[in-house]
Design a protein around this ligand. Structure first.
Ligand code: IVH
Length: 747
């Protein structure tokens, strides 16, 4: 045996110390600092050293135990059958090697495997005695775990008593407790709202929840469970792994719906591909798949080595979290001047893709995460989601790195940065003076949902700006073919196409034009609302804040007269006495302190809408306090400020002069209904629907629903126990329909 050099000894000690520290973070605090892949590297380094110098292995080396250390707060449970771990494969070659070994040992050509997702949670042993859940324990170090019975009993998918019959007297079920993605996101939101630290991932959230000392807290956590095997069993269940799982399912234990049987290594690899492709939409996190020899007799023949069975292997997916260096933090300037910090990263493969940039959102976020340039950081990328810098690895920080402070000037135009009160985002105050903002706003202007200029993408906008051929959007309409052809990578044909696209864009919609202007906080939806409401650009440009208030009620009506008028109109006697459908009848009404002209204005409203069953005073009172639905006060102010900028008015002028136009917006034509122009009165109780519902149905057909019968009434709908209205209708010769006729009419 070689004598280990001093260097190896100190490296070994350092590795053991590091691993012990990260073990504690992971197993005791459920708050790991390293991505799994990074921890695995440390572990592998230690294993390699120990392999070279076996004389240095001590019983306390982290390589000498199966899993985590039991937590002292819970009493410990000795597993009757050790809870083993799984060997890992990261490539098809490794899976093929595993399969070859299995075939060779069993002396057969092809093996049937049970294939399952590898759930990213924590292993649990459930002890059922006479069908009752007696005890639940974590895996711990594989030999001894922690008693978490009280917490596990709160997990709804774990049966406290087995269903059906035929289960053995003693049955130990094993499986994974995990937190579905949705529940995890919600829990972390709550954690943040309560000012508590969010969990790093669903696995830690699940582990942390099971280690709660207060079972009520565990009960509030969205935990789930799937079983994937058995431990100690009196007698045998079935002869195959899948048979066992199906049997467990029969007794009420949940198993993953993805569990299946595949044939040979090809079947395994096809399963891996299929699940990997469906990884993101799955409702829970998985970090790979597991293949298990399906036949239990074959499993027994294969046996186990050290801590893992020879009959199973985990085929891991590419990690979604990796470690890399944060090289710099750059600032990107958005269309409305938002300054967004972007992380520049040393290139790193995450989930199969090389990542070099990640958004950091805003300065507060960087400070909250305490990210510093030069840090080793965890980068996460899940599916199509934009890569994210999760956290720095503080214990890897070398020396003193300065805290990050964002420069309070624009990196492009050097204007001062400003921040609205209570907002997290800093903005460049340069407006259209800022090249970056102009560039972004022109990119927005030409984009598909705005002016939709074919043949003019972001790249070309950059080129045109850099060549100083355009300064603002209106300059696009002055471009010539010669100018375009002179650009790099631009042929005659594409120059022609671009000009065609520009020309075509002149004919647009008012809402699209508004959206294209890039008014801060005016998105596509708001642009549509504004176009519908103001109808013309001059009206919108001239609008003051008060013009954004939807006028409600009648001019000159304060709260007092509103009540007076409503009381009068709600009095049945008055409704009988006056023919309120008829404006002329209103002239006969005298109400002290209410001008005749005001009453006539009220009459006019109800002529349009029909007199409701009950008149609400607040509907009459003249209040200006309601904003256009969908446009808040801040948005309105932002629009007004935009149009107040001389520069913006100038650009708009130039755009209109260039020939941009759109069809006029007309009043929404009310579709003619079959009951258009008819006045209907409903009375009595209807058995098929409420009166309100009947009213809505009639209005939908174009009818006006009134509450008093007059000569103008087209017909009266009479339910059971109708009042004096039917009498009056008969007297006036107005048709009365009973409910059956009414239903026939609606049909
Ligand atoms: S079988 C002897 N099946 O992975 C076999 N484990 O790396 C022991 N895991 O401790 C485990 N999904 O926490 C098995 N379908 C699955 C699994 C699974 C997740 C976890 C489990 C185990 C760890 C081993």
């Amino acid at each position: 045996m070689k004598n280990p050099p001093q260097e190896a000894i100190s490296q070994l000690n350092k590795l053991r110390e590091q691993i012990a520290y990260h073990n504690e973070r992971y197993y005791v605090y459920d708050a790991p600092e390293l991505p799994d892949a990074e921890y695995d590297k440390l572990f592998a380094q230690l294993q390699a050293l120990e392999l070279r110098y076996p004389q240095l292995i001590t019983p306390s080396s982290p390589t000498q135990r199966v899993g985590g250390a039991p937590l002292s707060a819970f009493s410990s449970v000795k597993h009757r059958v050790p809870m083993l771990s799984l060997a890992n494969a990261f490539s098809p070659q490794e899976v093929a090697a595993f399969d070859r070994g299995v075939c060779k040992k069993l002396a057969i050509e092809q093996v049937s495997y049970a294939a399952e997702p590898k759930l990213d949670g924590l292993a649990i042993s459930l002890f059922y005695q006479q069908g009752e859940l007696q005890q639940a324990a974590t895996r711990g170090d594989g030999v001894t775990g922690e008693d978490v019975t009280l917490n596990v009993r709160t997990i709804k998918s774990i049966p406290l008593a087995l269903r059906g019959e035929g289960y053995p007297h003693t049955l130990e079920v094993r499986g994974e407790v995990f937190m579905p993605k949705k529940g995890f996101l919600k829990l972390n939101q709550q954690q943040q709202q309560r000012g508590e630290k969010p969990f790093a991932n669903p696995r830690n959230a699940a582990a942390g929840s099971l280690r709660q000392l207060d079972a009520a807290v565990a009960a509030s956590r969205p935990l789930a469970f799937y079983c994937y095997g058995v431990g100690y069993v009196e007698g045998a269940l079935t002869t195959s792994h899948i048979g066992n799982l199906k049997q467990l399912q029969h007794w009420g234990l949940p198993i993953s719906p993805e569990v299946t049987v595949v044939e040979g290594v090809d079947g395994c690899l096809a399963y891996h591909r299929d699940i990997l492709q469906r990884r993101d939409p799955l409702p829970y996190e998985i970090d790979g798949v597991v293949y298990k020899v399906n036949d239990l007799a074959q499993q027994a023949q294969l046996g186990s080595v050290a801590r893992a069975p020879r009959w199973a292997i985990a085929h891991k997916f590419p990690a979604q979290e990796e470690m890399t260096e944060l090289l710099a933090i750059d600032i990107q300037v958005g269309r409305t001047g938002a300054l967004t910090p972007v992380a520049r990263l040393a290139p790193v493969q995450v989930g199969g893709v090389v990542v070099t940039n990640a958004t950091l959102h805003n300065e507060e976020e960087i400070q909250r995460k305490d990210l510093r340039v030069g840090d080793q950081v965890i980068v996460r990328r899940a599916g199509d989601v934009i890569p994210e810098v999760v956290a720095p690895i503080i214990s890897y920080r070398k020396g003193e790195l300065p805290r990050y402070v964002m420069k309070k000037t624009c990196p492009v135009c050097h204007s001062e940065a400003v921040k609205e009160h209570g907002m997290a985002v800093w903005r460049c105050s340069g407006g259209l003076f800022c090249d970056a903002q102009r560039k972004e706003s022109i990119k927005h202007f030409v984009s598909r949902r705005a002016m939709d200029i074919d043949g003019l993408g972001s790249k070309l906008v950059e080129q045109l700006m850099d060549e100083q051929l355009i300064k603002d959007a209106s300059d696009l309409y002055k471009l010539t073919e010669d100018q375009l052809v002179a650009l790099d990578r631009m042929g005659e044909k594409s120059a022609k196409n671009t000009l065609k696209g520009i020309e075509k864009s002149k004919s647009t919609q008012f809402a699209k034009f508004l959206f294209a202007l890039g008014i801060p906080s005016v998105g596509e939806e708001t642009a549509k609302i504004l176009a519908d409401y103001f109808k013309s650009l001059p009206a919108l440009m001239a609008a003051k804040l008060s013009d954004y208030l939807v006028k409600k009620g009648v001019k000159g009506i304060g709260p007092k007269s509103a009540h007076k008028i409503a009381d009068f109109l709600n009095d049945d006697k008055n409704r009988e006495r006056y023919d309120l459908e008829n404006p002329a009848a209103w002239q006969k009404i005298e109400l002290r302190g209410v001008a005749q002209s005001t009453l006539m204005a009220v009459a006019k409203i109800f002529q349009k809408r029909g007199l409701p069953e009950r008149v609400n005073p607040s509907d009459l009172e003249n209040k200006n306090s309601v904003m256009i639905p969908g446009v808040g006060e801040l948005t309105a102010k932002s629009i007004i400020a935009f149009f107040n900028q001389p520069h913006n008015r100038e650009v708009i002028d130039k755009l209109l002069v260039a020939g941009i136009h759109w069809p006029a917006i007309e009043e929404k034509a009310v579709e003619a209904g079959p009951l258009d122009g008819q006045i209907v009165v409903i009375t009595g109780t209807l058995s098929h629907m409420s009166r309100d519902e009947a009213k809505r149905r009639l209005q939908a057909l174009g009818a006006k629903v009134s509450s008093s019968v007059s000569k103008k009434t087209s017909f009266v709908v009479a339910g059971s126990d109708p009042g004096s209205k039917v009498e009056k209708a008969t007297r006036l010769g107005v048709e009365v329909k009973d409910e059956q006729m009414f239903m026939a009419l609606l049909a």
